[in-house]
Design a protein around this ligand. Structure first.
Ligand code: ADP
Ligand code: MG
Length: 702
């Protein structure tokens, strides 16, 4: 590759200093290598040569082989045009140019053989072709690019005005492909991987990306390059992150003892779902393996992650260890405490809460309890990872709502036990598509709870506009009369916090006026935590019937009696956020409703987004749609994870299967060559360095 990377495109025929500079500025293309990796976004099929007498209006494009019979200039001034007659022996067809008349008149002659490629149009009962692509067929170039498919490249406005067309690029690429350096480009993947996955060799793949022999060759070329990209990505993740952690031994939790069994047999009210059982098995296996567990537990809102977390903690306790559960907000930590205390009390497990607002006295007692081992489960916020929090024997850390925590914070947890890092279970309700999860959180194994507890009815979701407001309020009223509670949520966009707050407060007043006989609570991010907690508590206890709120209630809040979620200005929310909000209702056995209030005049994307919500309750479907609409780069969490980077050919949203294959392949390689020290391993190691030297992000993780 070195050659290709260090040869400037200036050395190509037709590229002078000016053009080279233009290509660099507009497309970032400097070297032969850059050009080869500038892939087409679509293809023209030039594998077929048509006959003039067979052209029908159904032909979108035709390719003809023949000669020009005559040229004639017609019209004056701006209406001037060049008309030529072209024949292939089966008939004649008119070819027309409206610009560059003199140039074309000089460039093409009668008597020579040409390939014409263009769109036939019916004009006065005859077909003609306007501005076709023309290639001379010569003795040393008997089939000029003509056979097979040709890439079409995206270009900038400026390139167009400087007469650099898609075809110019194609010709330049073709020239590079002819060079020995391109033909002998070094293979980046080891032979066993190539064989196992039947991959097209790199040089062939590159050629077929630009001028594939046929559709099948194109697909194989794309597969090869996607695979390669994802393979190296996974190799890097698995090696630097997982590899690093795996070398750390983990505490062996071999026993399932009286805490776990006692809870399971005597306290748990309902049977676990199949998915919950499976996930607990996966976790038990990890924690018993002797290696440190790093597992991501994904489950849609309401899928019952809390109970899994708690039972996981019980296994730690059964083996003489302590556990902690970390939540992103005080509200959530408080809710966890409440839920878990209820579960823990009957089996005599001691639980406490530690947050930023825990009083000194209590804090001291907690510290003492942690050191003595008296305290078995600590629930809290970031306060848990502060340096002065010391444990007797922390064996398990559970992190709720992963996307609010960075990798660095997770790392701090590892140091909480001097003997070996605690096992880590990360729970998220942001349903990251599995493929993306593997790519982004490649250092974590993934478990999925893909089943809701029985008896849940899907939330009935509808779109409504301002005209429907009275009817909407009547509906909310009917639910309140039936003893249920309602959320009304307003967007809060930080750039304009004041205005948003104004919206919220106005909404609050309107709701109070509309429902004079009900109590209305309100929470927003600017409140003091104590006031927020008070308002939340009013709603959670049922003293308040309606909660007017910003998205602070987005994650985790659990009030099963709430049956209506009204989302104001729903068009201002992303899909995943809408889904999270909707997840606040439908947590009991009764029918729940989500009402998306929006403007009339929505863009197509926005309308699509809201429509998706009305059509599915499945968080994974929602997340996939979200990713299609926004692209994976925008997904919450990718930023912090620090692995956002450019993929040229692979698309995580669409290439899930290849991600899986590439991951398996990378893992298999590392199983026998963990340090990349074999000949091929070392070569791949060098390649990785080349690939990621530019991407500083990676340094942060490993
Ligand atoms: P999430 O995954 O969103 O954190 P929770 O753990 O809060 O979900 O569970 C949502 C609700 O479902 C809780 O009220 C919980 O008690 C209940 N639940 C969990 N698992 C089951 C089950 N297997 N059968 C019945 N109800 C369950
Ligand atoms: Mg939860």
């Amino acid at each position: 590759m070195a050659d290709l990377k260090h040869t400037s495109i200036q050395f190509l025929h037709g590229v002078g200093p000016a053009r080279a500079k233009l290509l660099q500025q507009e497309l970032g293309i400097v070297s032969y290598h850059d050009l080869l990796y500038y892939f087409p976004f679509r293809y023209l099929d030039r594998s077929v040569i048509h006959h003039i007498n067979e052209i029908t209006p159904q032909h979108a494009m035709v390719q003809l082989r023949g000669r020009f019979i005559s040229f004639a200039v017609a019209g004056e001034g701006r209406r001037q045009r060049l008309q030529a007659l072209f024949t292939d022996g089966t008939g004649t067809i008119e070819v027309v140019w409206f610009s560059r008349v003199n140039y074309i008149r000089r460039a093409y002659g009668t008597g020579k053989t040409y390939l014409l490629y263009g769109k036939p149009t019916l004009f006065n009962n005859h077909f003609n072709i306007v501005h076709p692509e023309v290639d001379a067929v010569t003795d040393d170039n008997p089939t000029p690019v003509g056979q097979g498919m040709q890439g079409v490249y995206s270009l900038t406005e400026k390139l167009h005005t400087h007469q650099v067309t898609s075809r110019t690029i194609f010709k330049l690429v073709s020239a590079v492909l002819q060079t020995p350096a391109a033909r002998e480009v070094a293979e980046t993947l080891p032979p066993d991987v190539m064989q196992r996955y039947r991959l097209m060799p790199l040089h062939e793949a590159l050629r077929n990306m630009h001028c594939p022999a046929d559709q099948q060759a194109l697909q194989r070329a794309q597969f090869r390059l996607k695979f390669e990209e994802l393979f190296f990505l996974q190799l890097n993740i698995l090696r630097y992150i997982k590899g690093g952690v795996q070398r750390l031994k983990g505490h062996v939790f071999a026993r399932v003892g009286h805490y776990f069994n006692g809870f399971y047999h005597n306290v748990l009210q309902w049977p676990l779902t199949g998915a919950q059982k499976r996930v607990i098995r996966e976790i038990r296996h990890d924690m018993g393996s002797g290696k440190q567990m790093n597992r991501l537990l994904q489950g849609d809102v309401g899928s019952g992650k809390t109970i899994v977390a708690f039972m996981t903690a019980l296994i730690a306790l059964d083996n003489g260890f302590q556990a902690c559960i970390m939540a992103p907000t005080e509200i959530l930590a408080g809710q966890h405490l409440e839920t878990i205390q209820q579960l823990a009390r009957p089996i005599g497990v001691r639980v406490a809460l530690l947050t930023g607002s825990t009083r000194k006295r209590e804090r001291d007692a907690i510290h003492e309890g942690l050191m003595s081992g008296e305290l078995q489960i600590l629930i809290g916020t970031h306060a848990l990872i502060e340096d002065n929090v010391k444990w007797r024997n922390l064996g398990l850390a559970i992190i709720d709502e992963q996307h609010r925590f960075g990798v660095a914070q997770r790392a701090r947890l590892w140091h909480k036990n001097p003997v070996a890092p605690p096992h880590v279970l990360v729970m998220t309700a942001t349903p990251i598509p599995r493929t993306l999860a593997m790519t982004v959180y490649g250092d974590l194994d993934v478990s999925v709870i893909d089943e809701l507890p029985p008896g849940r009815k899907p939330v009935n979701t509808v779109m409504r506009t301002e005209d429907d407001r009275p009817a909407m309020y009547r509906f909310v009223g009917s639910q309140l009369r039936a003893g249920r509670q309602a959320y009304i949520v307003y967007p809060l966009i930080e750039e304009n916090e004041k205005l948003d707050l104004h919206d919220l407060e106005q909404g609050y007043e309107q709701v109070q006026e509309t429902f004079p006989h009900y109590r209305v609570a309100m929470v927003h991010g600017r409140m003091k935590p104590a006031e927020k907690d008070h308002q939340m508590a009013l709603f959670a206890s049922g003293q308040a019937h309606i909660l007017v709120a910003t998205t602070v209630i987005e994650v985790g809040v659990n009030v099963p009696n709430a049956s209506v979620m009204v989302i104001e200005n729903a068009e201002r929310f992303g899909l995943s956020q809408l889904h999270q909000l909707r997840g606040r209702v439908g947590r009991g056995a009764d029918q729940s409703y989500c009402i998306l209030m929006s403007r009339h005049d929505l863009t197509r994307d926005t309308r699509h987004r809201l429509t998706v919500m009305t059509q599915t309750n499945d968080g994974f479907v929602v997340a996939e749609e979200d990713m299609k609409l926004r692209g994976p780069g925008d997904l919450e969490g990718t930023q912090q994870s620090g692995v956002a980077f450019n993929l040229r050919v692979a698309n995580i949203a669409q290439d899930g299967q290849i991600v899986q294959l590439a991951r398996d392949a990378a893992q298999a390689w590392l199983d026998h060559d963990p340090q990349l020290t074999t000949t091929w391993g070392a070569a791949m190691d060098r390649h990785l360095h080349e690939l990621w030297d530019k991407q500083e992000n990676w340094g942060l993780i490993s």
